[in-house]
Design a protein around this ligand. Sequence first.
Ligand code: 5U9
Length: 130
Amino acid sequence: EEQEEDMQRELRCFLRHITERLYLDRRFKTFTKPVDTVQVPDYLQVIKQPMDLSSLLTNIDKHKYITVNEFVRDADLIWNNALTYNPDSATLDRKIRHRAHALKDALHAIIREHLDPEFEKACEAMKERR
Ligand SMILES: CC(=O)c1csc(NC(=O)C2C[NH2+]C2)n1
């Protein structure tokens, strides 16, 4: 009903704020768009669930996430995929892994700083009711 729609609108606003903060951070430029599988042809053999910051924004606007936890599961794919695809000691791999860890830390710091646990509980309760 009405207050549930208000809560979901507030959730989408919160998730957009997080995603836009990360999108604007120059360290995370490599994570803003889907990996170009023409330039990186073996990417989809290695990574089964690609994710990126622009896709998160699209998903938010398509009402894919009704709890913060569902959003975090997709957001965690971004940096986890980068660790998986870049395991070597080569300089570029290490640079991307460093950025992946920075993305993980920034994502979870913003959530810890801004998320009211009672709000997430209310979203989870609504998910159970549906
Ligand atoms: C987004 C992401 O994880 C990504 C984009 S390119 C890349 N890695 C490379 O191009 C090579 C360095 N060893 C493979 N990783």
